[in-house]
Design a protein around this ligand. Structure first.
Ligand code: ATP
Length: 239
């Protein structure tokens, strides 16, 4: 079933158009990447979904029109957002950050926090080990794990993740992308991932959209896009 649908979505910053009519869809439980260079519109697309930029066109969640909704209302429908730059509370401990994440969950899921926290610790053991540490004292990769873990504890059905590989070593990037794949499978989660590193993203996602100047210029399964020569030339060159 379609979980998220964007139709003709346009967005602008101070009159400068950033999205020129985006069409995309994410099915329940699917992992989808938004690929493209700097400034292609990946971040703005995620913000259009989470309600953190104003848009024209239509954003549908589960068939419900949420266009123009405030971010907290969209979040309540089960949309988690891990923004670029991670957005952890650097002065709070790891444990406190995770506790805040759990506050975002629906009432009926309040009883399951302990179990979910245990599952998160199993996926990211370092967060248990460093639970009393200030988030700001963690490495970039660990902060990215914390940001994902915090969002996950809100029990979203759709997780928006913006450029998780930014500033991370290739091995850490691979680990983070794999952990998203595990979450998608084990938590029946749909993931919409903005990622400049097309090669690494296409190694883990089901499908992807390639954006250029605020438009979709190619889309397909990960395998199709890896074989697409235009995509290869533009995005799958040497690392
Ligand atoms: P990046 O990897 O740099 O985040 P992106 O693909 O996510 O790139 P967006 O951040 O969505 O792209 O940017 C799309 C366009 O909107 C770009 O032309 C960018 O310069 C512009 N833009 C983004 N944020 C703002 C802002 N806060 N104010 C003005 N223009 C912006």
């Amino acid at each position: 079933m379609t979980l998220l649908q964007l139709t003709g979505v346009r967005a602008a910053y101070d009159g400068v158009q950033a999205l020129h009519g985006m069409d995309l869809a994410v099915t329940e439980g699917e992992m989808v990447a938004l690929l493209g260079a700097n400034g292609a519109g990946k971040t703005t697309t995620l913000r259009a979904v989470s309600g953190t930029v104003s848009v024209e066109g239509a954003v549908l969640l589960d068939g419900q029109d949420v266009t123009g909704w405030a971010a907290h209302r969209v979040a309540r429908l089960g949309v988690g957002h891990v923004p670029e730059g991670r957005g952890t509370f650097v002065d709070l401990t790891v444990e406190e950050n995770l506790t805040l994440g759990a506050l975002a969950r629906a009432k009926r899921l309040r009883g399951q926090v302990k179990e979910d926290l245990a599952a998160v610790h199993e996926l990211f053991p370092i967060l248990r080990e460093f639970s009393r540490r200030q988030a700001g004292a963690l490495s970039g990769g660990q902060q990215q794990m914390l940001a994902i873990a915090r969002a996950i504890l809100g029990r979203p059905r759709l997780l928006l993740v913006d450029e998780p590989s930014l500033g991370l070593a290739p091995m850490v990037t691979t680990e983070i992308l794999r952990s998203l794949r595990v979450l998608q499978a084990e938590w029946q989660l749909a993931v919409l991932l903005a990622e400049q590193n097309a090669r690494r993203a296409l190694a883990v996602v089901d499908r992807a959209y390639v954006l250029e100047s605020g438009r979709v210029v190619a889309s397909g399964s990960a395998a199709e896009l890896r074989e697409n020569t235009a995509v290869q030339d533009a995005y799958l060159g040497a690392e």
